[in-house]
Design a protein around this ligand. Sequence first.
Ligand code: UD1
Ligand code: UDP
Length: 381
Amino acid sequence: MHSIMPIFGTRPEAIKMAPIVSALQESPLFRCIVTVTGQHREMLDQVNELFGIVPDHDLNILQQGQSLSAIMTRTIDGLEKLFAGTRPDAVVVQGDTTTSTAAAIAAFYHGIPVIHVEAGLRSGDLLSPFPEEANRKVTSQITRLHLAPTSTSRENLEREGISPEDIVVTGNTVIDALLTTVDKQLPFTDPRLEELDASGRRILLVTTHRRENQGESMRNVGRALARIADAEPDLVIVLPVHKNPVVREAVLPALEGKANVLVTEPLAYGEFTRLLSRAHIVLTDSGGVQEEAPSLGKPVLVMRENTERPEALEAGTVKLIGTDEERIVAEVSRLLHDSAHFSAMANAVNPYGDGKAAARTVAAIEELLGVGYRTAEFTGA
Ligand code: UD1
Ligand code: UDP
């Protein structure tokens, strides 16, 4: 039996790896050894708990205010020690965090094949998102099997000289995770959210955390939200705020005392997807939320200058608006008051997956290890 080691460390990796872990655990062909770096702690454990994942190994690397170098070196060092005693036949890494690139490097140094989930996303700007664009390019160079979510990501990889046979288009496993979670309508832990849900009031759901937005851009976001809250007393702004103190210090001061702004701790995935399905508009700089919200037909305003996820942009459900205060206020206001504009954006589109990405992933791994065959690629839902 082949041993496969998924390695992940942050909230979005955990959400997107969960369907793969589950499919590997169900397969009679593989032994699944789950390793977490602990780049995130509470936000990682929250996801593992929901999906019933109990890690076999935990490097526990988180340090408050951690630097990119610390995440990189502590991950490589921890995996070096782990691989000395537990050598998997392949590792699976997800996305573009520093955990994923460090894990790919550690495996590569040990001659262990790297399988990269969510391969081939490119913004075309090495500095945005930072350091994710660089992370994903580095990982692509040392990956044996590239699991691209869409045909666009396949084309990006081929353009960079990756052999077409080493790429499989699977769809994004975030849609697998979303579809198995959102319909459960799990209860909100915070009673204010249950009350809000029952009230029928319109919700603007906001998330922000990107490193390149920290500082002045994020203060702009806080100020813009405060103005929207004042101008739209019937609207409720919900901000499940990231654990990063740098984010909190930038965005929260402007929101103090606003009755229609509800700031919460990071929500468990089941609660977040329920809120997402209840939201009227989504304002975010998150990668994963850009993929999930279109699937639920929610207009998404993305607080970034570019995106490595052009598919929903092309479908018209996502709009790039940057982090200028005036622009954020104007774009939210337009969606609230221009019903034709709102309807044009509120399309349920599924360019990112059909809920079968984990099955395609496991089939591609079977082929890589000579025990099965890949299945038909994802061509759009
Ligand atoms: C990381 C990823 C980013 C991903 C994001 C998802 C890198 C370089 N960045 O960014 O690609 O989009 O996760 O959220 O890999 N913290 C806690 N507890 C937690 C999580 C975070 O206390 O559970 C605090 C710590 O003080 C930590 C800080 O947040 O130092 C930042 O965490 P870090 O993982 O370094 O960066 P993120 O901005 O979360
Ligand atoms: N998410 C969550 N709880 C929250 C906010 C977000 O479970 O309070 C989920 C969201 O549904 C998405 C993922 O976290 O799947 C996105 O994570 P994040 O924005 O931290 O990272 P990114 O996707 O930008 O890398």
